[in-house]
Design a protein around this ligand. Structure first.
Ligand SMILES: *Cc1c(COP(=O)(O)O)cnc(C)c1O
Length: 231
């Protein structure tokens, strides 16, 4: 596992995908999802030039933040338990998994900084019952209801695409998320600029970039998996 080589190869593929789509690579942020690896690999990723990191559990986030002193950006990408909000809310820059009203309420209650925290609303575009996320037809109402929460800024939308062998199969979901994002932008709600699309993982990030992803979340392809568990 050479993280620097992985990162360079991924950046080349991101650039090529951007070129195909007429986009600028500067508009795509590569996040390393480090839930299956040690802090040592986070250090290697930092040395390779990665600046954004994602964790999916409160314990993982707190542990990595303890170990890593470099000034990198931390993202929370997994399901956030309401009772853990107060422990993690001031430890991450962005929450990618705002998926329910009760969580929004808790975040708003616990967040203490003056400027609001950037949140992505997680949307269940594939409609799979096992997936978290707001249903597409509920999205506008959900976002409008967040207006009363002064500590929450809707920075964008996030989705988890279904696992498929052929990444082309998930392209329609990425496209749908982009269209939903455009719909929210068009509302011009001051609390919901909705400039970001968090979509694409190790298997399907090129399709996601071609469809407009501004943040891709890469675990195994970038930093690997030290647990032996399936990603
Ligand atoms: C684990 C995880 C990823 C990264 O998955 P890979 O397939 O290993 O790239 C991305 N997003 C979320 C929300 C995750 O939990």
């Amino acid at each position: 596992m050479n993280i620097k080589e992985n990162y360079e190869a991924i950046m080349a593929r991101v650039s090529a995908a951007c070129e195909r789509a007429g986009r600028s690579p500067e508009d795509v942020t590569v996040m390393a999802v480090t839930k299956y690896v040690s802090a040592e690999r986070v250090e290697k990723a930092i040395a390779a030039g990665v600046k954004h990191f994602g964790e999916s559990r409160d314990g993982g986030l707190l542990e990595k933040k303890q170990a890593i002193k470099a000034p990198v950006h931390w993202h929370f990408v997994g399901r956030m338990q309401s009772r853990k909000v107060k422990e993690v809310i001031h430890e991450c820059d962005v929450i990618h998994s705002l998926d329910r009203a009760s969580l929004a309420k808790e975040i708003n209650k616990r967040y203490q900084r003056e400027t609001p925290i950037d949140c992505m609303v997680q949307v269940n575009v594939s409609g799979e019952e096992t997936k978290a996320g707001v249903a597409p037809d509920q999205l506008e109402n959900f976002v409008r209801a967040l207006e009363s929460y002064e500590h929450i800024r809707v920075a964008g939308l996030m989705t988890m695409a279904p696992h498929t062998k052929n990444p082309e199969d998930v392209r329609p979901y990425f496209r749908q998320l982009r269209e939903l994002c455009d719909d929210i932008k068009r509302l011009q709600l001051p609390h919901a600029p909705c400039q970001h699309l968090s979509m694409g993982m190790s298997n399907d990030f090129e399709q996601a970039v071609e469809e407009g992803a501004t943040i891709i979340r890469l675990g195994t392809s970038l930093v690997g998996n030290e647990t032996g568990r399936e990603a």
